[in-house]
Ligand binder design. Structure first.
Ligand SMILES: NC(=O)c1ccc[n+]([C@@H]2O[C@H](COP(=O)([O-])OP(=O)(O)OC[C@H]3O[C@@H](n4cnc5c(N)ncnc54)[C@H](OP(=O)(O)O)[C@@H]3O)[C@@H](O)[C@H]2O)c1
Length: 299
């Protein structure tokens, strides 16, 4: 056990919320000498029982390991914890797995690099229960050399890991893109479940149809992606005008059943705006031009 531990990089985990606990547990399972710190120290008890060291302060925690993983609520908390440390972080690799925006990631990177630390910003695309399994996807951005140095240790968190870019903001941006996709699909599923539920079809029955439907739409993505990259939107399948008529049906169906129609009203507002801009004959992917703009589309 001792030899096993000696060959593993010492790691510090700062933040033992639901996710931080999963991260600390994964490092311990893989035999990494692990130091932990949490604002509420009582949460560290189970890890100390498994062999982790509890640091008495954030500075002590950072000083304990060459690889320091931070996972707290938000970047405000990250700033409050790390900024008072100044040069204590010098020479460390700081891996921040706290969710935030790409701007926050880049600002934190600037601060960390001024103090002499190498900084990787990460995004965890998994729930705590998946950490340490093949299902856990964790995205990293920042200097490739820091990622390569600690890749074996970071692999403890999940086999699905990826270094995206030296741009520190990119993992947060991927996270944001994943969230908008996730909520869009889930909201569509929930609205569909409400529609079918009005006719007595239960959500479990709808789920298998929905999975197939989502798979069909997923197959369209490479073709649409090519159009988006080319900024040309031919409509060999259906025009926005055709989609718009179906969006109106969806609003009427929802209203007739007493189902909330806010979601299809938003779809229709996008379609109306595209038609007003002369894009009614374009393919659906042309709506990306509305998403590219900053102005609001009101349902
Ligand atoms: N849970 C998930 O499924 C999931 C998935 C992907 C990404 N994430 C991201 O992981 C991060 C942590 O999430 P979580 O689920 O672990 O949240 P959580 O269970 O609410 O834990 C929050 C952690 O942040 C600490 N904290 C908050 N404010 C602090 C402050 N001002 N100073 C010091 N510590 C502070 C808390 O300390 P105390 O224990 O003292 O309150 C706790 O350790 C978030 O950015 C979240 O978006 C979570």
């Amino acid at each position: 056990m001792r030899n096993h531990e000696e060959s593993r990089t010492p790691v510090t985990v700062i933040g033992l919320g639901l996710m931080g606990q999963a991260l600390a547990g994964a490092f311990l399972r893989e035999g990494h000498p692990t130091t932990v710190w949490n604002r509420t120290a009582a949460k560290a008890g189970q890890f100390v029982a498994q062999g982790a060291k509890l640091a008495g302060s954030v500075a002590e925690a950072v000083a304990a390991s060459p690889l320091v993983v931070v996972c707290v609520t938000d970047y405000d908390a990250v700033r409050k914890l790390l900024e008072p440390l100044g040069e204590v972080v010098d020479g460390r690799v700081l891996v921040n797995l706290t969710s935030g925006t790409s701007q926050e990631a880049r600002q934190t990177a600037e601060w960390a690099e001024r103090q002499g630390a190498a900084y990787l910003d990460g995004a965890i695309m998994a729930i705590p229960q998946a950490i340490g399994t093949a299902e856990a996807l964790v995205l990293y951005s920042g200097p490739r050399s820091a990622f390569d140095l600690h890749e074996p240790a970071l692999r403890s968190l999940g086999a699905g890991m990826m270094h995206l870019s030296s741009d520190h903001g990119l993992s947060s941006l991927y996270d944001a893109a994943g969230l908008t996709l996730m909520w869009s699909v889930l909201n569509g599923f929930l609205h569909g479940a409400a529609l079918l539920g009005a006719a007595g079809v239960d959500a479990s029955t709808f789920a298998s149809f929905a999975r197939q439907n989502i798979g069909t739409v997923a197959d369209w993505l490479p073709g649409y992606a090519q159009q988006i990259d080319d900024r040309e939107y031919p409509a060999p399948d259906a025009t926005i005008g055709t989609h718009l008529a179906a969006m109106e049906h969806l609003i009427h169906e929802s209203e007739a059943l007493g189902i909330n129609a806010d979601l299809p009203r938003f779809f229709k507002a996008l379609g109306d705006r595209a038609v007003a801009e002369g894009r009614g004959g374009d393919g659906y992917a042309a709506l990306v031009e509305l998403f590219r703009g900053a102005s609001e589309v009101r349902a």
